[in-house]
Design a protein around this ligand. Structure first.
Ligand code: KIV
Ligand code: ZN
Length: 520
């Protein structure tokens, strides 16, 4: 395994370490299938991410398999597996990254008093010894070892310096200083790196990394403060996906560095024109909507609605635009599609929207576009994105909706007649419910008995007008993990059934995997 990621950090080049597939996926409901993880990894690799943290191999056989598959497929980026300080964790991560052209083990242990006392129930000396043992073990697998001091921003400085020094001596080339609970502020985080760089022997020989959570909304600001203080790796996720309030957002870090190079003269290897596509892909496969006013990739990020702003924009775009939509991959086109639009126009549209899909996927998307155009006068970009994204997220479905008829209204009870394709077999049932959505979900439960509980049911219109597609998000839980599904259709009940099935497919796929691995 060759390991030259570290050399990228010469001068002012900032290494982008993406942890969408690990810290991002830890977010409840953001579970991705193997196929979805591979799609995301491929996109990250293409857009120029330096390090892809692909998962936590000891967590489950599924996690091991996905890190291992990502390691086989990725061409350019370093592929990283996470491990706690235990030997089994590290060996599992080492096995998982073995096929990578460049492989990294990222091992961590908590160093703050509260974590050591209550979570680990270890003394500082025991933690110190574990730092040395874990990094040493990881170095037996690869030259590229990253060590993290979990909850570093609430760690006593003397102890943090001691552990960082030990990790460097044991052979870690990257030292990560996570703000695990999103507690720090930019000035404090800046001072922490300066303190470490000044006090720790050997600090000038390694790359310091930032890893910020967004609990107080400062993850990006804190990461940039870390870079200004000397860190040359930033850990981040697409759309800021991550536990609780999420992680620092990749697209915001990249565009802040680019747009304000005058005050932050640092570069990354990211091709920013991929940012919108990556955001859409991650949103589609996790079924996590991107908030409309999200910086860089939100639907409204480049929309100018007020009269004064529109007037300014018409006179000169720089009046209200600090970066162009094209620079982040948003194409300026308002070509509205309809039932007379043909294959070529549709293919062109997909290209403009940034989709690269196979011929089979194209045929399927075109058929569904025609179907939609028959029901809806104008098919907007958002409609097309919804129909392609839905398919990206349901590539491995065992169960599909074939037909749905619902009787609703004031007379009650509401009744749903549903036919599903389940592993190739067509099965029909009729069920009642307290409302049409309840009846539809009861019909699914009758055809596919399961114990999952419904955690979230959300509907919004993709575009304006009464013929707009309804985009439904459903989140199911099996008690341990949450699974999300999203679907769009002009009929709210059809999208509800499809979204429910997408989440259920993911849940079933996981239990199939568990059964398969238990049988091994
Ligand atoms: O937030 C955190 O501290 C982490 C570590 C595992 C790096 O995610
Ligand atoms: Zn984290």
């Amino acid at each position: 395994m060759s390991n030259d990621t570290a050399t990228v950090a010469d001068g002012n080049r900032v290494i982008i370490f993406d942890t969408t597939l690990r810290d991002g996926e830890q977010c409840p409901g953001a579970t991705m299938t193997l196929e979805e993880k591979l799609q995301v990894a491929e996109m990250l690799d293409e857009m120029g991410v330096d390090v892809i943290e692909a998962g936590f191999p000891i967590a489950s056989n599924g996690d091991f398999e996905s890190v291992n598959e990502v390691a086989k497929r990725v061409r350019n980026a370093t592929v990283c597996g996470l491990a706690r300080a235990g030997m089994k964790d590290i060996d599992r991560a080492g096995e998982a990254i073995k096929p990578a052209r460049r492989g990294r083990i990222h091992t961590f242990i908590s160093t703050s008093p509260v974590h050591m006392k209550y979570k680990l129930q270890k003394s500082p000396d025991e933690v110190y010894e574990a730092v040395i043992a874990s990094v040493t073990r990881a170095r037996n697998w690869t030259d590229d070892v990253e060590w993290s001091a979990e909850d570093a921003t609430r760690t006593e400085h003397d102890f943090l310096c001691r552990c960082v020094e030990a990790a460097i001596k044991a052979g870690a080339g990257t030292i990560n200083i996570p703000d695990t609970v999103g507690y720090t502020v930019p000035d404090e985080y800046f001072a922490l790196y300066r303190m470490l760089l000044e006090r720790v022997p050997g600090a000038d020989k390694v790359i310091f990394s930032t890893h910020c959570h967004n609990d107080l909304g400062m993850a990006v600001a804190n990461s940039l403060a870390g870079v200004r203080a000397g860190a040359r790796q930033v850990e981040c996720t697409v759309n800021g996906l991550g536990e609780r309030a999420g992680n620092a957002s990749l697209e915001e870090i990249v565009m802040a560095l680019r747009t304000r190079a005058d005050v932050m003269p640092y570069t990354t290897g990211i091709d920013a024109t991929y940012l919108t596509r990556a955001s859409k892909l991650v949103s589609a496969v996790t079924s996590f909507p991107v908030q409309y006013n999200k910086a860089i990739v939100g639907r409204n990020a480049f929309a100018h609605e007020s009269g004064i702003h529109q007037d300014g924009m018409l006179k000169h775009t720089q009046t209200y635009e600090i970066m162009t939509p094209e620079s982040v991959g948003v194409s300026k086109t308002s070509l509205v599609m309809g039932k007379h639009s043909g294959r070529n126009a549709f293919r062109d549209k997909l290209k403009q929207l940034g989709y690269q899909i196979s011929d089979n996927q194209f045929e399927d998307a075109f058929a569904r576009f025609k179907d939609l155009a028959d029901r809806k006068k104008h098919v907007y970009d958002e409609d097309i994105e919804a129909l392609v994204d839905e398919k990206l997220a349901t590539a491995e479905d065992r169960m599909k909706v074939l037909s749905l008829l619902v009787v609703a209204g004031t007379m009650g009870p509401q009744v749903a007649t549903l036919t599903l394709d389940i592993d190739g077999e067509h099965r029909t049932v009729q069920a009642q419910g307290n409302g049409p959505v309840d009846a539809t979900f009861n019909a699914i439960k009758a055809l596919v008995p399961h114990e999952a509980t419904l955690e979230l049911y959300q509907v919004h219109a993709v575009t304006e007008g009464t013929d707009a597609q309804a985009e439904v998000t459903v989140r199911l839980s099996d008690g341990a993990t949450s699974y999300s599904g999203r679907a769009a259709h002009p009929d709210t009940l059809v999208s509800s059934a499809k979204a429910y099935l997408t989440a259920l497919n993911k849940l079933m796929m996981k239990s199939d995997r568990l059964h398969a691995s238990a049988a091994e």
